[in-house]
Design a protein around this ligand. Structure first.
Ligand SMILES: NC(=O)c1ccc[n+]([C@@H]2O[C@H](COP(=O)([O-])OP(=O)(O)OC[C@H]3O[C@@H](n4cnc5c(N)ncnc54)[C@H](OP(=O)(O)O)[C@@H]3O)[C@@H](O)[C@H]2O)c1
Length: 220
């Protein structure tokens, strides 16, 4: 893998996406420390399924343990993500904004920022990379294919740190998907809900087309 060498992936959020990323991580030889908002014991069934490479811990310990940490929680809770243990680390942000679930966030409603920029502002010295936000959780373990497969599914990333993006691209490749770079974090809206690339299976060429065709709500 290009970029930083990773052994342990911390996961904050153990729901549909967090558990699937944990399965992919373990299957690819990574150690996993996974957390939810409750006692680690509440994750005993998932940890038993994941096997010896996985353990559950409070979110702060998952943040400390991971050389790379995935934040995959309802967006409304992003301010609860621990800041100090994530300093300087790559943080993968899978989160999306659904006002009916998250409540209204004025900077997102007026499109003056984007979801991943909010997390980046909360984690000022972390290297936030937006990824895994536009694929249904179930498809993470069914749509992956080996590198070089024709018409392989592609996933978009966005971020401000090129080395962090290279590392996350390498991880996504191991997990079975091509990567399309949507650009800086502020371009992440191109793959938010209600854009053409959000949800369906797309090859890299198709996803590039969809990212280019995306429109902000104010321009529709
Ligand atoms: N579902 C999908 O197909 C999908 C696809 C792409 C992206 N996403 C996005 O990814 C994020 C996660 O989605 P999901 O469907 O996996 O959600 P989910 O199934 O509702 O799971 C959310 C997880 O986050 C945990 N959590 C909540 N607050 C937390 C906190 N402060 N600290 C630690 N853990 C916390 C919850 O723990 P408790 O159980 O203890 O509350 C739960 O394990 C969302 O922003 C979503 O929009 C979802």
């Amino acid at each position: 893998m290009k970029g930083t060498a990773i052994r342990t992936i911390g996961i904050i959020g153990a729901g549909r996406i967090g558990s699937q990323i944990a399965r992919l991580a373990v299957a690819n030889g990574y150690d996993v420390v996974i957390s939810n908002s409750r006692e680690p014991e509440t994750l005993s069934a998932l940890v038993a399924e994941l096997g010896a490479r996985a353990c559950a811990a409070p979110a702060v310990d998952a943040a400390k343990a991971g050389e790379i940490v995935v934040v995959t929680i309802p967006l409304k809770n992003y301010r609860a993500v621990p800041v100090e243990p994530l300093a300087g680390k790559i943080v993968i942000d899978t989160n999306n904004y659904y006002p009916e679930r998250d409540g209204h966030i004025s900077e997102l409603d007026n499109e003056s920022t984007t979801t991943s920029e909010l997390l980046q502002a909360h984690l000022p010295t972390s290297k936030v990379v937006k990824a895994f936000n536009h694929i249904y959780a179930a498809a993470l373990t069914t749509d992956g294919l080996p590198p070089g497969t024709k018409n392989r599914r592609a996933l978009a990333i966005a971020g401000d740190d090129p080395e962090a993006k290279a590392t996350v691209s390498g991880l996504i490749d191991q997990f079975g998907f091509d990567t399309v770079d949507a650009g800086r974090l502020q371009e992440g809206w191109r793959i938010q809900r209600d854009t053409p690339g959000y949800g369906p299976r797309r090859t890299a060429a198709e996803l590039r087309r969809d990212l280019a065709a995306a429109k902000r709500y104010r321009d529709r």
